[in-house]
Design a protein around this ligand. Structure first.
Ligand code: NAP
Length: 246
C-alpha cells in the first residue's frame, strides 16, 4: 500500500490555513503545519486532522526566518521523509496609506508573505525534485491582482507571489512539479474581522455572488490544485472571490 502523501500548510492554526489542513486531511494527506504564536490553536488543527485517520503535526516556525524554515524542513524530513504538497498560506497585513507607511512596516509584510513563501518553495522543491512530484500552491489575493488603497505592502507581496509562482512553474514543470496561486477575495477570518460591519456589508452587496467567502471555499480550490488530476494546470492564478475581480 502506498504511504500517505504529505502536505505542508504554513499558518494552519486558524482561518484559511486551518480549513486547508482539514480539507487535505479529509482527502488522506498527512499534514504538517506551522504557526508563530498560538500553539493551542495549532494543536486543535492537528487534533481535528487526526480525526480523519491521518498523521498530523504542528511546529512553531516563523516563515520569514530562514533558520526557522531550515529547522521546519529538517523536522518534516525526519518525521515524514517526503513532501508532496506545499501550501504557502501564512500571511499578515499591516495596513497604512503609502505616504504614512514606514519602510519597516513595508518590509515586515514582504518578509512574511513573500520571502517566507520563497524560502519554503526553495526548501520544498529540493525534496520534491527527488520524487519528481510536487504541488506548490501559493495563497495570493485579489489585492495582488488589482491593488488596494492602504495596502501597498500587502498588495506588493501578493503580486510578488504571482511572479514567484509563474517562475517556479517554468523552472520546475519538467520535473513533475506544478505551481499555482489561489487569489481569495473577501474571506471571513480573523484577518477580515478587523473590518467594520459597515465595510463587510459594503462588500457583501458588491460581490456578484452576494455573500462573503468562507475558508472552506478556498480550501476546496486548494484541494483540487493539490490533486494528481490537476497535473496539467500550472502557472495559473485561480481567483476564489465570488466574482469580485471579474
Ligand atoms: P489569519 O486568520 O490571520 O491566519 C493567519 C495564519 O498564518 C495563522 O495561522 C498565523 O498563525 C499564521 N502566520 C502568520 N504569520 C506567520 C509567520 N510569520 N510564520 C508562520 N505562520 C504565520 O489569516 P487568513 O485570513 O486565514 O489568511 C490566510 C492567507 O490567506 C494569508 O496569506 C492571507 O493573506 C490570504 N488571504 C486572506 C483573505 C481573507 O479575506 N481573509 C483574502 C485574500 C488572501 P500565528 O499568528 O500564530 O503566526
Amino acid at each position: 500500500m502506498m504511504e500517505n502523501r504529505v502536505a505542508l500548510v504554513t499558518g494552519g492554526s486558524r482561518g484559511i490555513g486551518k480549513s486547508i489542513c482539514l480539507e487535505l486531511a479529509k482527502a488522506g494527506y498527512d499534514i504538517v503545519t506551522c504557526y508563530t504564536s498560538k500553539s493551542a490553536e495549532a494543536e486543535e488543527t492537528v487534533a481535528a486532522c487526526k480525526t480523519f485517520g491521518v498523521n498530523a503535526v504542528a511546529y512553531q516556525a516563523n516563515v520569514a526566518n530562514e533558520a526557522d524554515v531550515t529547522e521546519l524542513f529538517a523536522q518534516l524530513k525526519a518525521q515524514f521523509g517526503r513532501i508532496d504538497v506545499l501550501v504557502n498560506n501564512a500571511g499578515i497585513t499591516k495596513d497604512d496609506l503609502l505616504l504614512r507607511m514606514s519602510e519597516e512596516v513595508f518590509m515586515q509584510v514582504i518578509d512574511v508573505n513573500l520571502k517566507g513563501a520563497f524560502l519554503c518553495c526553495k526548501a520544498a522543491s529540493k525534496m520534491m525534485l527527488k520524487n519528481k512530484y510536487g504541488r506548490i500552491i501559493n495563497i495570493s489575493s485579489v489585492v495582488g491582482l488589482g491593488g488596494n488603497a492602504g495596502q501597498a505592502n500587502y498588495a506588493a507581496s501578493k503580486a510578488g507571489l504571482i511572479g514567484l509562482t509563474k517562475t517556479i512553474a517554468k523552472e520546475l514543470g519538467g520535473k513533475g512539479i506544478t505551481a499555482n496561486a489561489v487569489a481569495p477575495g473577501f474571506i471571513q477570518t480573523d484577518m477580515t474581522d478587523q473590518l467594520s460591519e459597515e465595510a463587510q456589508n459594503f462588500w457583501e452587496e458588491r460581490i456578484p455572488r452576494k455573500r462573503l467567502g468562507k475558508p472552506e471555499d478556498v480550501a476546496a480550490a486548494v484541494r483540487f490544485l493539490a490533486s494528481e488530476e490537476a497535473d496539467y494546470i500550472s502557472g495559473q492564478v485561480l481567483a476564489v472571490d465570488g466574482g469580485m475581480s471579474c
